[in-house]
Ligand binder design. Structure first.
Ligand code: KIV
Length: 259
């Protein structure tokens, strides 16, 4: 399988839908690599794996550990590292942290949340040859609530302007999170780079979901999540059966012992 490159991703705009998922572990990375163009080590791992209340508590070191596991078991997909909260407050600490991330994990790119406020950081990182993915709409690191964005015209204008600014600052793709369909359409038409939607309709150039959500492993499901499995149920059933087997001394049976 040929490695997905940033230029291949850019060429897909308006032509072939870009398939993306988050991954935090070796097992998921190996499967996702077969089917995805982009794998994101999202800071959503703070909430889905560690039970944190928000992504703001995620540490760079935690992300690095998970990113190494994912990258080591990925050969084809483009692997993007989500920079955690407060690791890119100015262009200098953004560069220092992103350089460390790329050196230690060998990820292909980093992702930053925000528009105008991070434009100079994006310019600086791309000038220093660190590819950057953008993220507009609902911004989990700074949003106070989980509400759909772009319902009113002033918010639409701000998000559209932010997307245009970061597109012109050098991002190779933009995640659009949780916005109304007509805003996703406007952004996708107005920027030269591919847009990747999460809760942003079919109007985007690609789609991403949080892996635990689409596998049915989460506690909370926003409207935009389609559950492709119900792993929680499967896990529950397996653990329940195991506990019964142990209590009834049915496990381990002959098959599972050494003589
Ligand atoms: O952290 C994450 O998983 C993300 C996705 C929601 C795009 O940023």
């Amino acid at each position: 399988m040929k490695k997905v490159t940033i230029s291949k991703i850019k060429k897909k705009k308006g032509k072939n839908p870009i398939v993306c998922l988050t991954a935090y572990s070796k097992t998921i990375a190996k499967v996702a690599d077969k089917y995805c163009d982009i794998i994101l080590i999202g800071d959503s791992l703070g909430m889905v794996l560690y039970g944190m209340k928000s992504t703001r508590d995620v540490k760079l070191q935690t992300m690095i550990l998970h990113a190494k596991a994912v990258k080591d078991y990925t050969s084809k997909s483009l692997v993007v590292f989500d920079m955690p909260y407060k690791t890119y407050t100015n262009k200098f600490n953004a560069y220092k942290n992103a350089k460390k991330v790329i050196r230690l994990t060998k990820c292909d790119a980093v992702k930053l949340e925000g528009g105008k406020k991070v434009a100079n950081i994006i310019k600086y990182l791309t000038k220093k040859k660190i590819p950057v993915m953008g993220h507009v709409g609902l911004l989990p690191q700074t949003s106070l609530n989980f509400k759909v964005k772009g319902k009113d015209l002033s918010q639409q204008k701000k998000i559209l302007d932010d997307a245009k600014i970061i597109s012109n600052s050098g991002v190779f793709a933009i995640i659009i999170e949780c916005v109304v369909e007509n805003l996703a359409k406007k952004i996708t038409k107005s920027v030269s780079v591919p847009t990747i939607g999460i809760g942003a309709s079919k109007q985007c150039d690609g789609q991403i979901l949080v892996i635990d959500d689409m596998l049915g492993m989460s506690d909370y499901y926003p409207k935009f999540v389609k559950k492709y499995s119900n792993l929680k149920k499967i896990i529950e059933k397996s653990v329940k059966t195991y506990s019964k087997d142990v209590r009834l001394r049915k496990f381990p049976s002959k098959k599972y012992i050494y003589n």
